[in-house]
Design a protein around this ligand. Structure first.
Ligand SMILES: Cc1cc2nc3c(=O)[nH]c(=O)nc-3n(C[C@H](O)[C@H](O)[C@H](O)COP(=O)(O)OP(=O)(O)OC[C@H]3O[C@@H](n4cnc5c(N)ncnc54)[C@H](O)[C@@H]3O)c2cc1C
Length: 489
């Protein structure tokens, strides 16, 4: 009787550096890779529409690769425990392996499943395939979890040499002898029925091959200039674009880390300038976000610091229309509208612009960060609970290592600094394409003859932004002062 293991695939949709798969292939004769679709088990954080699009394509490419390797992907629907138990019965498996995830609802589900499978007499083991450091590995001097990025990064840096090398992909996998039923990926209905996703196909190649190609492309050149160019949203390819691949585990952080270090050697031996350190530091924000969500599991909905729960968000009759204008990229503030339209068309948004649009929503419009996080959740292909939570709480000023409350981004100045020629705005807000550089980030200041020449009529969105930037900045500062006074009382 051959020894059989099930590998339960989740957001680790790759073959190389895949600890659970590697372990199964090394210790068992037969390996059964299974994906169980059970979005309801992710509680309030079921994958949004853009993530579902990605998942469809990622599963499709993985299924093709597994079939070539010898053991086809089995797709089942939840509940996960019942689906796994059925598969154990059908295959006579003696072990089940998976890689760990760190979102609160998933941790609870996985712990229940591990316990139940062990009670069934099965060997159930989980592995680390998603983070360089497990959330419990790094602690402050006082033995507490970190709440600030820099000391955690320093603690990690001292241990960088101990980060494991990526594991090779199995060369072949033996499938079980019996025929197993598998749900067609199309039957999961992950793709939209209204085709809003056409722009995604131009921008993305979901799957491990696309991920490795992107890493290679980035590490052979742009990584050297990353520190200097990473804040300019108009520069295609200045940042890695790896976030959705990392989120779905089509590539591991170990692979990114090791390739980046190799790039450093390549640069040095070519006598070229450039330092990859900044890229590693950004990659580490992802680590920090996983650390935070593990230790502070309520943060996807509640501010990290409880005093912010009393923040005086704006109660206004314009709330719904302002939120909609922000979502649709119709605020009349060019860099914000460019970002929100890029997000809609491509499912991704440049980090600098994520910060700008989040600041406008939470500070100038005083709309709760949870609204922004929910919109990003649905529209981002890289929507990740740890990272989205960290990003939004940071922007709103209520989370770990947050921007100081008095730092309220001025989107005009941000645009002039990081999109100096206005190319990013011209790409995503074509109605401003012919506006002179001087006014591209503040069209409302353009004299009427300039506006007329650029075809921006007085009735357009760009007649007037939905919010007056200076007055709303003062109002946000007053709201923070009110909160401070309230918590001091
Ligand atoms: C409001 C807000 C919401 C965000 N939501 C998400 C999200 O849902 N999913 C997500 O992956 N990132 C999120 N980020 C972080 C960041 O914007 C993206 O990771 C980055 O823009 C992805 O592009 P890239 O892969 O080219 O990044 P690169 O600059 O090439 O960085 C490499 C990798 O490091 C990680 N990383 C980089 N910057 C950050 C950061 N500030 N925080 C956490 N991880 C980082 C990402 O995994 C990224 O792929 C958010 C940021 C903000 C301000």
């Amino acid at each position: 009787m051959p020894s059989t293991a099930i590998v339960w695939l989740r957001r680790d949709l790759r073959l190389s550096d895949q600890p659970a798969l590697h372990h199964a292939a090394a210790h068992h004769d037969v390996v059964v890779p299974v994906f169980v679709f059970a979005p309801e088990e992710e509680a309030d954080w079921q994958p949004g529409a853009a993530s579902r699009w990605w998942l469809h394509h990622s599963l499709t490419t993985l299924a093709a690769r597994l079939a070539k390797l010898g053991s086809p992907l089995i797709v089942r629907t939840g509940p996960s425990l019942a689906a796994l138990r059925t598969l154990v019965k059908e295959t006579g498996a003696e072990a089940a392996y998976w890689n760990r995830l760190y979102e609160p609802a998933v941790i609870a589900r996985d712990a229940r499943i591990k316990e139940a499978m062990r009670a069934d007499g099965l060997k159930a083991e989980s592995f680390n395939g998603a983070v360089l450091f497990e959330p419990w590995e790094l602690k402050t001097g006082a033995g507490e979890p970190y709440r600030v990025y820099s000391p955690m990064f320093r603690a990690a840096e001292a241990r960088f040499d101990g980060i494991r090398k990526p594991l090779p992909a199995p060369k072949k996998l033996a499938a079980p002898s019996m025929a197993l039923e598998s749900t067609a990926i199309e039957a999961l209905k992950l793709l939209p029925t209204i085709p809003w996703d056409s722009g995604f196909y131009e921008h993305w190649h979901p799957g491990e091959k696309g991920a490795l190609q992107r890493l290679e492309q980035f590490a052979t050149k742009p990584i050297a200039t990353y520190k200097d160019l990473r804040d300019q949203p108009a520069l295609d390819g200045a940042v890695s674009g790896l976030s959705p691949h990392l989120h779905f585990g089509e590539i591991s952080p170990h692979q990114c880390f090791v390739r980046a270090r190799q790039a450093q050697h390549e640069l040095a031996s070519a006598g070229a300038h450039g330092n990859i350190h900044h890229f590693i530091k950004e990659l580490f924000w992802r680590e920090f976000s996983h650390h935070l969500i593990y230790h502070y599991p309520k943060t996807p909905t509640e501010p990290m610091y409880a005093r912010f729960a009393a923040f005086p968000w704006r109660k206004s009759k314009h709330y719904a229309s302002d939120l909609k204008a922000w979502q649709q990229g119709r605020t009349g503030i060019p860099i914000v509208d460019a970002g929100m339209r890029q997000l809609w068309v491509t499912g991704w948004l440049h980090n600098r612009v994520r910060m700008i649009v989040a600041s406008l929503l939470t500070k100038n419009l005083l709309i709760p960060w949870q609204e922004g996080a929910a919109w990003f959740w649905d529209t981002l292909v890289d929507a990740s609970l740890p990272q989205n939570t960290l990003g939004w709480q940071w922007a709103a000023g209520c989370g770990a290592d947050a921007a100081p409350y008095f730092r309220i981004f001025n989107p005009v100045l941000q645009g002039e600094k990081f999109d100096a020629e206005g190319s990013y705005v011209r790409t995503w807000v074509p109605e401003l394409a012919t506006l002179p550089v001087k006014f591209i980030h503040k069209p409302w200041e353009a004299p009427s003859e300039v506006r007329r020449a650029a075809g921006i009529g007085l009735d357009s969105v760009y007649a007037k932004p939905i919010i007056e930037l200076m007055a709303s900045r003062d109002r946000a500062l007053a709201a923070f002062a009110e909160l401070k006074a309230g918590s001091a009382a």
